[in-house]
Design a protein around this ligand. Structure first.
Ligand code: TEU
Length: 552
């Protein structure tokens, strides 16, 4: 049985500050804007906010390029605003976790300025410098954002490693001084009252010791190689003992590339590393890297079963369908058309909140925000989209139409359009000119309208979150897929002791004639997005019908 922990019971809400709420009319979301919305977040029932990087940054990758770990990005506010945010959350019985970006810094970070200034500088070894090979880089590593992973520094003739953009040089975790600096910085934020960290790209921090060349297959899935550094567990345990121990924190690691089988080593409570990780198998279902592929509901169920095992016997796991790096779930897994929008968003919400694991809601997901249509490459803002474009269309490898077709569907920009608060100009996000275009569908899809409508997606979320909080079995109960082979319906149970619930989700826009397997029978409807009663939930599941039921 699972040990009771606050971070297993909580529902987390991810705020991408830049696109959440702008208080000063400069068109960029900020901390005071977020503070203004805390009552809204409280009303949703979430207990924890995951804040996007709030640190001083040149914003090459929207804050994932940190220039100063101990200063606030002036576009987002001041240290006093940050302190007010923490206080405002604590007053409401809520907690804050912050984004911890420690695989790399900005190239404008003081450590890198020093490091770059020459091979003898005491900070040289804070980053990963190597001599070139022949006339090229030290090896054939590629960047996750496209292109090579080495940048030549003309002054010294050496190259530095960057798994992401060239403005994001990777820190050298081998260097104990780097680790001590990072630990100090983590203590600084913990002392300010934060309750944990979302650790960006954390499984990439240990590099492969020989920096050998990648095989062709490895070049196709870099994340699977970059997570195999032999010291990753040493570093995480060191960090735990130096910083995290005794503080009762939520620590969630981004585990892009870590297999389900290898996950218990990260999340086992006995090992003292992380409390949970994010896997990307679900959000990346139906694509390889940035190219779109087919997916089926059976594939999705196989991933759900696999991921459920990834906690191992004494670890925990996350549930999420969206974040700031992936398209909107209603556009990817659901049906964003007027007819399918609300029912499919509610069906997905049922999956998100009712499976086992701490749920993470991404801002706007709770009102069913959708992807946005981009006409051409000039409409994209994201450094990743531009990288993909330059490495395909830019070098004549693919046609513009082909690449645009994919980017429209998968681009990270889809998740980064401003939060839709109301139907007014700029959706109530800003009084100024928004940094990124507002989705025109904000006139229909917005918080104000859904708040007033008892049948809205937003109010369905509120009910789901309350339901989860009220039933231990929906938090700690075991997950069992009771119908792995059905092509359209997800059916699973959550069981704790004598308590057992059934969750049914019709994942398609057609009526499904459905008979429960194993002679199971529904005795009570706890929640149903079509307001069905015990007598008529089955045998005909309506398009996108979903709900939570007690079994007879
Ligand atoms: O993402 C790291 C990561 O491995 C991916 O999710 C990646 O961003 C995506 O696959 C690109 O298509 C984290 C952050 O979440 C992301 O926003 C940052 O850009 C990245 O690290 C670098 O810090």
């Amino acid at each position: 049985p699972q040990k009771a922990r606050w971070w297993k019971e909580a529902v987390v809400y991810q705020v991408y500050t830049r696109s959440f709420s702008d208080s000063n009319g400069d068109g960029i979301g900020d901390l005071p804007g977020l503070i203004d919305r805390l009552d809204y977040l409280k009303s949703l029932g979430v207990q924890v906010i995951w804040l996007a990087p709030h640190y001083d940054t040149p914003n090459v990758d929207n804050g994932y390029d940190i220039r100063d770990y101990r200063a606030i990005d002036p576009l987002q506010g001041t240290m006093a605003d940050f302190d007010r945010l923490v206080a405002g959350l604590h007053e409401r019985g809520m907690k804050l976790i912050v984004d911890l970006v420690i695989n790399h810094t900005s190239d404008q970070h003081e450590w890198f300025r020093q490091s770059r200034s020459g091979p003898d500088n005491p900070y040289r070894d804070f980053y990963i410098w190597r001599d070139g090979r022949d006339d090229g880089p030290p090896n054939n590593y590629l960047s996750i954002f496209g292109g090579g992973a080495w940048e030549k520094d003309e002054a010294s003739g050496q190259y530095y490693l960057h798994y992401f953009a060239k403005e994001q040089p990777d820190l050298n975790w081998e260097n104990p001084r780097v680790r001590q600096e990072v630990y100090d910085m983590m203590r600084f934020w913990l002392d300010k009252g934060v309750s944990g960290f979302r650790m960006d790209s954390i499984c990439f921090i240990s590099k492969l010791p020989d920096l050998r060349d990648l095989t062709l297959a490895e070049m196709e899935s870099l994340e699977h190689v970059y997570v195999t550094g032999p010291k990753i567990h040493d570093y995480l345990q060191d960090m735990y003992h130096e910083v995290l121990a005794g503080r009762d924190l939520l620590t969630v690691g981004e585990a892009f590339g870590v297999s389900f089988e290898n996950t218990p080593a990260f999340v086992s409570e006995a090992r003292n590393e992380l409390t949970m990780v994010f896997h990307f198998e679900i959000v990346r279902l139906g694509r390889h890297d940035w190219q779109v592929q087919d997916w089926t509901v059976k594939d999705l169920k196989a991933v759900l079963r696999g991921e459920d095992t990834s906690s191992g016997p004494d670890g925990w796991l996350t549930s999420f369908l969206e974040n700031h790096d992936n398209p909107r779930s209603v556009s990817w897994f659901g049906d964003p058309s007027p007819k399918g929008h609300a029912p499919s968003a509610k069906a997905l919400a049922t999956l998100l909140i009712m499976r086992r694991g701490t749920p993470y809601i991404y801002q706007g997901e709770e009102i069913g925000m959708t992807n946005i249509y981009f006409d051409g490459i000039e409409d994209f803002q994201d450094i990743n989209a531009k990288g993909i474009w330059n490495n395909t269309v830019g070098i004549g490898k693919m046609s513009a139409e082909e690449v645009l077709h994919s980017l429209r569907r998968i681009s990270r920009d889809n998740a980064r359009t401003p939060m839709q608060w109301d139907g007014s100009n700029n959706a109530g996000f800003t009084t100024g000119l928004p940094w990124f275009r507002v989705n025109p569908n904000h006139v229909d899809i917005n918080v104000e309208r859904q708040d007033a409508d008892p049948n809205s997606i937003l109010n369905y979320y509120r009910t789901l979150i309350q339901l989860r909080a009220s039933q231990k079995a929906l938090i700690y109960g075991e997950f069992e897929d009771v119908d792995p082979d059905h092509p359209a319906v997800i059916a699973f149970t959550r069981t704790l002791g004598d308590e057992q619930f059934l969750v049914l989700i019709n994942m398609c826009g057609e009526t499904e004639h459905y008979i429960l397997p194993h002679g199971l029978k529904i005795a009570e409807v706890l929640l149903d997005n079509m307001s069905a009663s015990v007598e008529n939930v089955l045998p005909d599941l309506k398009p996108w019908q979903a709900g939570v039921y007690r079994l007879a």
